[in-house]
Design a protein around this ligand. Structure first.
Ligand code: PNS
Length: 176
């Protein structure tokens, strides 16, 4: 049962609720666009859980462990960000972890339709709210898939992913 939250994050008994949100995704690999949203969410909420989807049906470049490790390294400056992994429904992960809202970045109108559908479904299923942040225009064209494709064909993706991800990408693609 979700407690009714009054102004300043206080519930009806006057005790303060922890405002814990989740940034879910595949993060294969984490980009500077993801990092921008995670960092801004960390400035707004008490706790941010970055949840990496374990999706056995989708072919990925990095294993879940590798993605979690990279996320941990690039978010280590934030004391209130934790990296987790999940499978199944996001709303079940939220219920199990006391999470009241999902934070998502919206890059462009093209993101909107699918994101709105998921947001409404998550609310319908479990009253989990979704909060959208407009992405930094510097990264509005950025996606993990494009980064992988460009890097695979020798294009320059520096500045689009954190430096440690850049070197891991180079290593992994050299193995292919
Ligand atoms: O980075 P992605 O792949 O765009 O992230 C998509 C993600 C993980 C946020 C979304 O696929 C998701 O929430 N998957 C968990 C399964 C689920 O809850 N499906 C119903 C959504 S209404």
């Amino acid at each position: 049962m979700i407690r009714q939250v009054l102004d300043h994050g206080e519930d009806q008994e006057g005790s303060r609720c922890v405002q814990r949100v989740v940034c879910p995704g595949s993060f294969d690999p984490v980009t500077n666009g993801h990092l921008d949203i995670i960092g801004r969410a960390a400035g707004l909420y008490d706790e941010v859980i970055v949840a990496v989807l374990i999706n056995v049906t989708k072919r990925s470049l990095f294993t879940v462990d590798e993605r979690v490790e990279m996320l941990g390294q690039v978010t280590s400056r934030y004391g209130n960000v934790r990296i987790e992994r999940f499978h199944g429904l996001l709303v079940d992960f939220c219920a199990a972890n006391g999470i009241t809202a999902v934070v998502k970045g919206l890059r462009a109108v093209s993101d909107f339709e699918y994101e709105m559908q998921m947001a409404q479904m998550n609310y319908r299923m479990a009253k989990v709210e979704t909060l959208f942040m407009t992405t930094n225009p510097l990264y509005s064209f950025l996606s993990s898939s494009l980064v992988k494709e460009i890097a695979r064909y020798g294009g320059d993706v520096s500045g689009l992913v954190p430096d440690i991800v850049l070197s891991r990408l180079r290593e992994r693609l050299a193995e292919e």
